[in-house]
Write a protein that binds this ligand. Structure first.
Ligand code: FES
Ligand code: FES
Length: 136
């Protein structure tokens, strides 16, 4: 299948690959897997005292679309509040990267990783975890 130019760009030059200190209370970590293909994505956010995301990093063991989705997600996350970050929808990623239907689950992985990272941060900081269940 043909990847879009944006996918190839993120895949060949992934933004924000790396790791943040998991033990820090400022850092939220989301680790999710895709049942469809067994790919795994880890996405981390660093959050300041005003609940703004100051940094984001990812590591994805998966296909090109999953790598591109998580790379794009880290770009979108920086500078957002955790509440606005919660609103990132996988279909926004699908649209931006022009993912074909068979690759939609790769973007779901990114949305799930974002939400898992936010909830990890919330729980660490005495906030309630938010409902993330969504039927894709
Ligand atoms: Fe696993 Fe896409 S099916 S890499
Ligand atoms: Fe499985 Fe992309 S994450 S094919």
């Amino acid at each position: 299948m043909a990847y879009s130019e944006k996918v190839i760009d993120h895949y060949t030059h992934p933004r924000n690959v790396g790791t943040l200190d998991k033990s820090s209370t400022k850092v939220g970590t989301g680790l999710v897997g895709a049942p469809e293909c067994g790919d795994v994505m880890r996405l981390q956010i660093e959050v300041d005292e005003n609940h703004m995301i100051t940094d984001a990093k990812f590591k994805t063991f998966g296909c090109g679309s999953a790598i591109a989705s998580s790379s794009l997600a880290t770009e979108w996350l920086k500078g957002k509040s955790i509440d606005d970050a919660m609103k990132i929808d996988n279909m926004d990623i699908v649209e931006e990267l022009a993912l074909p239907p068979v690759k939609i689950h790769c973007s779901v992985l990114a949305e799930d990783a974002i939400k898992a990272a936010i909830n990890d941060y919330r729980v660490k900081n005495g906030l309630e975890a938010l409902e993330v269940a969504k039927s894709h």
